[in-house]
Design a protein around this ligand. Structure first.
Ligand code: ATP
Ligand code: MG
Length: 183
């Protein structure tokens, strides 16, 4: 699976709808302090199902919605869409007939999040599983936050194991086993 586009509207400092096109190869994001580089990475983690506001540097989820400036009123919704190229069929088997996946997460102030894959409403868990299998999930070692390395060094063995499982691409299997055992 390859990320080809990231579309953002109303998320943190990205108030107007914007589309980032991700070309094959290495992509760098540069810009002055406070221009939104970290916000962009947070939008990625969020659309992949991140459920902790703290990981998003916010007190609560609604802090992710554009909060307004002197000149512009706050927004009521935040939206992030990830467009994925699935021609390599790395997505779970239920998506095998889809070459292109559009994953949308939308947050309404005071209401909460909804998720869609290609226009169809799904659970947050389905989104997390989709990305866990591809080893790119919201908590995956592919996204390294500031301070995360020292956190890892000082963390419990169980937490370190979780990271290895995610890196090995088996985190999704554990979640599915857990769900099956509950049924
Ligand atoms: P640095 O180079 O210092 O790491 P950066 O490019 O990573 O900077 P970000 O941390 O992504 O910058 O962006 C910070 C900006 O986002 C701040 O100006 C902050 O006011 C703004 N911001 C954060 N949350 C919101 C929000 N909910 N609404 C409006 N603006 C927000
Ligand atoms: Mg930053």
């Amino acid at each position: 699976m390859q990320i080809t586009e990231i579309k953002i509207a109303g998320f943190k400092s990205f108030v107007d709808p914007v589309t980032f096109y991700v070309e094959p190869g290495l992509t760098g994001i540069v810009g002055p302090n406070g221009c939104g580089k970290s916000n962009l990475l947070e939008s990625l983690r969020w659309v992949m199902g991140a459920s902790s506001a703290r990981a998003m540097r916010g007190g609560e989820m609604d802090d992710l919605i554009f909060s307004g400036t002197e000149k512009r009123p706050a927004r009521e919704t935040a939206e992030v869409t990830l467009v994925l190229d699935n021609t390599d069929r790395r997505a779970p088997p239920e998506f095998n007939d889809m070459e292109r996946l559009e994953v949308l997460r939308k947050l309404r102030r005071g209401v909460g999040s909804t998720y869609k894959i290609n226009g169809k409403t799904v659970r947050g868990k389905d989104i997390q599983l989709l990305f866990a299998d591809a080893s790119t999930g919201a908590n995956s070692p592919a996204l390294v936050r500031q301070g995360q390395i020292s956190e890892l060094i000082g963390s419990k063995p169980q937490n370190r194991r979780r990271l290895l499982e995610e890196a090995a691409g088996i985190a999704g299997l554990n979640t599915r086993r857990h769900e099956a055992e509950l049924k």
